[in-house]
Design a protein around this ligand. Structure first.
Ligand SMILES: *[C@@H]1O[C@H](CO)[C@@H](O)[C@H](O)[C@H]1NC(C)=O
Ligand SMILES: CC(=O)N[C@H]1CO[C@H](CO)[C@@H](O)[C@@H]1O
Length: 378
């Protein structure tokens, strides 16, 4: 049994460098060619290079030659090896987390009004990392508001449901911590994006900007003096933004729906536990207080049987398979024709077969060794 990444013929993963994909790839011992676009992807890509399991190539720098060079190094250089190093600590069985389905369902449904597909993600590549600050304020406040005003959420709050523990994903929606107060239940926070600048303070975890780069910057712990300087300025700007702009807005949103709740400044730092999607195999040295727990790898499931056409394709790839996916937000068909051509030409030159997650049925000029599909089991 195998899936796209576990199949023994998989030689390389070309990825946007999302955190979940990166952890899963390391788990399966496959090297990565990271083409980061936005958010934490540039940092994940820089870490892949630093930790020696991949190469980072910026999207705008892609030409047929550059891509061929990177593919050649990753596929043919005997020094590039990625051994299976991730040790998975599965989450304990949630027997005492009597978190009723209602809460999970209510929250999941509440988020569904927000979609971010109206712009081309490739355009974000050159966005200044500083713009993430107002961008996250906007997205965070909007998602929080949509959640608070959603009928399912209101129904849930009015019902007499009882919860012993409240688990919340923490992503610029701090007002929702009021649920811990509302249900008089301990709060467990969950971060899908690792120990970010907004997660660390919640449990008092120190993250000195002298050697812990912000996730929105493309640095590793080996920063130059100038990079440390930028990192420090970024940390200061983020914290000022949180204290002076973001939290007051979140507090205001919270008070609209929970007028009797204490101020967010009181609820904010009261989480009992923070679960963090990260793992030492892809991290750099960083302090970790005991109630901040790495659960990176929790999403790696045992492989399922591949669909027959894919299984045949992979089993019969004598020279191996390169798996190429830019995740679920980035639509590869929206890249310029020039980039498409360069990538297809470079892929056509390698002896491996290529599986490319592509959002349309076909692409002109597709070489014979490339198979497209809208979805692959990863
Ligand atoms: C803070 O958390 C504790 C432990 O979960 C809880 O008992 C307490 O009510 C919380 N405080 C507030 C203001 O929510
Ligand atoms: C709470 C909040 O920031 N809401 C904003 C959501 O987005 C719209 C525009 O699309 C703004 O007008 C709202 O103020």
């Amino acid at each position: 049994m195998s899936n796209g990444l576990t199949h023994p013929n998989t030689k390389l993963f070309i990825t946007h460098g999302g955190l979940l994909s990166t952890i899963e790839t390391v788990y399966h011992g496959v090297p990565v060619l990271a083409i980061p676009i936005f958010g934490d992807q540039k940092m994940n890509a820089a870490r892949a290079e630093m930790n020696g399991f991949g190469i980072s190539l910026s999207f705008s720098a892609i030409t047929e030659e550059k891509l061929s060079e990177a593919l050649n190094k990753l596929l043919n250089d005997p020094n590039v090896k990625c051994s299976r190093i991730l040790v998975v600590f599965p989450m304990p069985a949630p027997s005492h987390y009597i978190l009723g389905n209602a809460l999970a369902r209510g929250l999941a449904e509440a988020g569904h009004d927000i979609t971010m597909h109206s712009f081309n993600f490739f355009d974000l590549e050159h966005m200044s990392p500083f713009l993430n600050i107002p961008f996250m304020n906007f997205v965070g406040n909007n998602c929080t508001q949509k959640t608070l005003e959603h009928p399912n959420f209101k129904k849930l709050i009015k019902s007499n449901e009882h919860f012993d523990v409240v688990i919340l994903e923490q992503f610029h929606d701090d007002a929702l911590k009021v649920l811990g107060y509302h249900y008089k239940a301990p709060l467990i926070l969950f971060s899908t994006i690792g120990a970010s600048s907004w997660i660390n303070p919640l449990v008092g975890n120190p993250a000195p900007p002298s050697y812990i780069p912000d996730i929105f910057l493309k640095y590793t712990s080996n920063m130059t003096f100038w990079q440390r300087m930028v990192n420090w300025i970024f940390a200061l700007a983020s914290e000022l933004n949180r204290q002076l702009i973001f939290f007051p807005k979140q507090n205001q949103l919270m008070k609209e729906y929970f007028p009797d709740a204490p101020d967010l400044s009181i609820l904010n730092y009261n989480a009992s536990l923070v679960l963090v999607n990260s793992h030492e195999s892809i991290n750099q040295p960083a302090p970790h207080v005991p109630n901040m727990i790495d659960i990176g790898g929790f999403h790696v499931n045992p492989p399922k049987e591949l669909p027959t056409d894919l299984k045949d394709f992979m089993d019969n790839a004598e020279e191996g398979v390169v798996y190429f996916s830019m995740g679920s937000n980035i639509k590869p068909s929206t890249m310029s024709n020039e980039k498409k051509e360069a990538i297809l030409k470079a892929l056509g030159k390698i002896k491996q077969k290529v599986l490319w997650k592509w959002d349309e049925d076909d692409v002109p000029g597709k070489p014979a060794n490339v198979k497209l599909a809208k979805w692959f089991p990863q």
